[in-house]
Design a protein around this ligand. Structure first.
Ligand code: TMP
Length: 239
């Protein structure tokens, strides 16, 4: 469903198309596509765009109620996240509470061990290079990023982790890890951007450890939308 604008998308990524709205707003149209391994694996899932846009909106709202600002303005049916425009920082910040994913693979660790205190990792946002892991020093000295902004990103990401973990625990879900992106707003204020959804988080059942996130698609663990709908059905009761 294309948003009610005549202008073409000014950017198309793997999971979203971006349009300019009125009053400087950006319309993020969430697609039904899922990709993994830097686009090597790809499929379409009915209802994914709607669910991820709705969940992102609800989680940004929740974080705002806890004092964490984001680009979020409103949600438009069925799959549009309306936001303020940010100048994006070309880094992805990942917070990990439980060993999984690329951390387990890189260090040869068994999935599922608790990480205390949580770990923050940085990745360069560059598809052509496969989003390589980098250090803060690399971002500062080679990619022109400001140390104080990276420090603020780290603090905010850990605060987001605290609030989301608490929320997910109330509905019997474990927040294993997640990825955030930040940008600068028109006042040069560091602001949370992008999305927060089962595409960008790992979320397991608290008791069974069943995986409800995009790992279902990455590793053929079961129907993707069954997992996504399970997360949403639980969250919607408390959001
Ligand atoms: P990783 O274990 O593959 O490094 O992923 C860490 C977290 O980041 C996980 O919750 C999934 C999320 N993620 C993205 O949002 N986009 C990506 O391109 C990748 C690789 C991971």
């Amino acid at each position: 469903m294309t948003p009610a604008t005549n202008a073409p998308a000014f950017y198309e990524g793997k999971a979203k198309r971006l349009f300019r709205g009125s009053k400087g707003e950006i319309l993020h149209e969430f697609k039904n596509s899922a990709t993994a391994f830097n686009g090597q694996k790809k499929a379409e899932f009915d209802g994914k765009g709607e669910l991820n846009s709705k969940m992102s909106a609800a989680l940004f709202n929740y974080l705002r109620s806890k004092g964490i600002e984001s680009h979020f303005v409103r949600w438009d049916s069925p799959n549009i996240l309306v936001t303020r425009e940010l100048r994006m920082i070309p880094a992805e910040i990942v917070v990990r509470n439980i060993v999984a994913g690329s951390l387990a693979k890189r260090l040869g660790l068994v999935e599922g061990a608790a990480i205390e205190p949580p770990i923050v990792e940085w990745f360069l946002k560059d598809d052509a290079k496969g989003d390589p892991q980098v250090s803060e020093d690399v971002l500062i000295s080679l990619f022109d990023q400001k140390a104080d902004l990276l420090k603020e990103m780290r603090t905010t990401a850990l605060l987001v982790n605290r609030h989301l973990r608490e929320l997910f625990t109330t509905v019997n879900l474990k927040l294993v890890d997640f990825k955030l992106e930040f940008g600068l707003d028109d006042q040069n204020k560091l602001t949370l951007g992008d999305e927060i959804s089962p595409d960008t988080c790992r979320i397991w059942d608290s008791q069974s450890n069943e995986k409800y996130d995009k790992d279902r698609f990455r590793f053929d663990l079961g129907d993707l939308m069954t997992g996504y709908r399970e997360i949403w059905a639980r969250l919607v009761k408390v959001l």
